[in-house]
Ligand binder design. Structure first.
Ligand SMILES: [Zn+2]
Length: 247
């Protein structure tokens, strides 16, 4: 059968399956052809064909296995790391980075029939991410302030969309912006404010090893941006929710 293969591949003794280009290459090509960015914190679900996520899981597991070998870990004899590669591949694609490979959870919005226009805040919503620089955890809380517009979404939906956005490799500043864009798209509020307070394990676990440091950042849009009293009210409400946490 190898006679039908190009000589360069046949000479390596490769099977036809092994000669296929890796699925990640196919996906990257598709993204490039579409002129779409595929940075660490982009979602690429729309560009994955049926079954490709399963193939990607196999490919990633293979690479993680190679990484473990390069770290001189005896994965053939170590009962603890025997299946680590498969676990890590699954964890990246379907759990901690699922916000890259899976579609946004279905979130229905409803007309704001009562014309509510008082602000409210939701939080703390726990957020889990990983820093793009070291791929170690970023764990924290998020508060979202809304001045409703023509459409509203259920309270629990803020947790769902935050989880989806944060489950990608990120830097915190960009994560907050992307979350704001998604919420604006979902319910077009008159005003939106988001505050995130998170601990970065690349500072706690390695590097300077500062266990207590956290990073706080926020984004304010629409009426929260234009009206200082509204912005102050948001931060006051967050403070109240935060103190409930520490009691
Ligand atoms: Zn880092």
């Amino acid at each position: 059968m190898t006679s039908t293969l190009p000589s360069s591949i046949a000479s390596l003794g490769a099977t036809p399956e092994a000669a296929l280009p890796p699925v990640s290459l196919k996906i990257r090509q598709r993204l490039q052809d579409a002129g779409v960015s595929f940075l660490a914190n982009d979602n690429i679900a729309e560009y994955l064909a049926d079954g490709e996520l399963d193939q990607l899981e196999i490919e990633v597991a293979g690479k993680v296995r190679e990484l473990l070998r390069s770290l001189v870990i005896d994965i053939d004899n170590d009962h603890n790391t025997e299946e680590t590669a498969e676990r890590v591949a699954r964890m990246y694609l379907h759990e901690v980075f699922k916000g890259r490979y899976h579609h946004q959870p279905k979130i229905a919005s409803f007309p704001n029939v009562k014309k509510l226009d008082e602000i409210y805040t939701v939080g703390p919503i726990s957020v889990r991410s990983a820093c793009s620089h070291h791929l170690v955890p970023i764990l924290g809380n998020c508060w979202i302030g809304i001045k409703p517009g023509d459409r509203v979404i259920g309270l629990s939906k803020f947790s769902r969309v935050a989880d989806w956005v944060f489950s990608r490799p990120h830097i915190q500043e960009e994560a907050v912006m992307i979350l704001a864009d998604e919420i604006e798209r979902l319910c077009e509020p008159q005003g939106l404010a988001i505050l995130v307070k998170a601990q970065h394990y690349c500072m706690k676990w390695r590097g300077v090893k500062e266990p207590q440091t956290s990073m706080v950042n926020s984004v304010v849009r629409g009426d929260f941006r234009h009206d200082p009293s509204l912005k102050a009210e948001f931060f006051e409400l967050v403070k109240q929710q935060d103190s409930v946490l520490s009691t």
